[in-house]
Design a protein around this ligand. Structure first.
Ligand SMILES: Nc1ncnc2c1ncn2[C@@H]1O[C@H](COP(=O)(O)OP(=O)(O)OP(=O)(O)O)[C@@H](O)[C@H]1O
Ligand SMILES: [Mg+2]
Length: 256
């Protein structure tokens, strides 16, 4: 049985895609069968993995629509990049929200869909769009664990409170086994004081146990994404590669 992890935060630009893609790729190099699902119509994870969304004829939206009709998943939809399996996205993914809304089991479609893929993977990583709509709800209901990337700025903390409330709501109603694995701080701002203030605030509110090591600001993250590669392959000696490895190891430690 695969373990499924969602990266979610309604706030945009908090590092969801960066973490999801790089961690999924690092898990491949740690010897695990790893599947990345791109649930965002922006298709940044798909692009990050080196694919052009415009050329994706069958992405996650088409795959789920077909599954709803035939009750089976076409394995051809899964792309591969250096050992990582990817269920890609394209602009059609935006239609998923509407498609789901018309169904009676609207919250658990992705969960049912993933049961078809479960045996082929050890870990499934889901990158979600910055919202709290039905698509993200489906990701959470389909997941065993939730990871919330938090960027170091004041507005991220406001968004975080809403995200945590959403998690508790899902956890107490639809998905009692969904566990909040932790918050992953990400420091894109170079202003050290802001970072320290936010980190202290997170420590006080959530405690050390929920906090993951920080992904520090590093231009190699941006460069790697434009080369369609994970950071640890693009710049193995970079501090981002070091941080992402630490975060991945900590995820693994908390899961076992
Ligand atoms: N550690 C880092 N150092 C420098 N830049 C970073 C770092 N992490 C992420 N970035 C950059 O910050 C931007 C936002 O990151 P990312 O796309 O991962 O956020 P997101 O939460 O997925 O955004 P969205 O909500 O739009 O999906 C990207 O351009 C990414 O390359
Ligand atoms: Mg993203």
């Amino acid at each position: 049985m695969a373990k499924t992890l969602s990266f979610a935060n309604l706030k945009g630009g908090t590092g969801k895609t960066t973490l999801c893609y790089n961690i999924a790729a690092l898990f491949v190099d740690m010897g695990y069968r790893s599947l990345l699902i791109d649930l965002d119509a922006q298709a940044h994870a798909t692009t990050h993995a080196g694919f052009e969304p415009i050329k994706i004829k069958k992405g996650v939206f088409e795959a789920i629509s077909e599954y709803l009709k035939k009750q089976s998943v076409d394995s051809q939809v899964i792309l591969r990049q250096q050992g990582l399996s990817i269920l890609p996205s394209n602009s059609k993914t935006v239609l998923l929200e509407e498609e789901l809304a018309s169904l009676t089991n609207k919250e658990s479609v992705l969960k049912d869909f993933l049961m078809e893929l479960d045996r082929d993977f050890d870990f499934i990583f889901i990158d979600t769009p910055p919202s709290l709509g039905l698509t993200v709800l489906n990701a959470l209901v389909a997941s065993d664990y939730l990871l919330i990337p938090v960027r170091f700025d004041f507005f991220s903390l406001v968004g975080l409170a809403q995200m945590i409330n959403f998690y508790y709501k899902v956890n107490t109603t639809l998905s009692p086994y969904l566990k909040l694995l932790g918050l992953i701080p990400i420091s894109i701002s170079a202003r050290a004081r802001v970072c320290n203030d936010v980190l202290n605030e997170l420590r006080t509110t959530f405690g050390e146990k929920l906090l993951f090591p920080t992904l520090r600001n590093d231009i190699k993250v941006v460069e790697a994404s434009s080369h369609g590669l994970p950071v640890h392959r693009y710049a193995p000696k970079s501090r981002a590669s070091e941080d992402l490895t630490k975060i991945s190891q900590e995820i693994l430690r908390r899961l076992t």
